[in-house]
Design a protein around this ligand. Structure first.
Ligand code: SF4
Length: 64
């Protein structure tokens, strides 16, 4: 699986970072998401799906 971020949709809400700071950060300038680990494993896989679910702008998706 691979985390895909669509920066054109990201509104910088930061819900992904709150959900899993090991996977996501925010650009210091515009607040858009920075994916720290696009292909997580173990417990972080579930966290990645949680982040996709909580993102308010559907900016995150998972490629299988
Ligand atoms: S939760 Fe969604 S909109 Fe908010 S920073 Fe993360 S990817 Fe962007």
């Amino acid at each position: 699986m691979k985390i895909v971020a669509d920066l054109s949709r990201c509104v910088g809400a930061g819900q992904c970072v709150l959900t899993e700071p090991a996977l996501f950060d925010q650009d210091p300038e515009d607040g858009t998401v920075v994916v720290l680990d696009e292909q997580p494993s173990g417990d972080l896989v579930r966290a990645a799906y949680d982040a996709v679910r909580v993102c308010p702008s559907q900016a995150l998706s998972i490629e299988e």
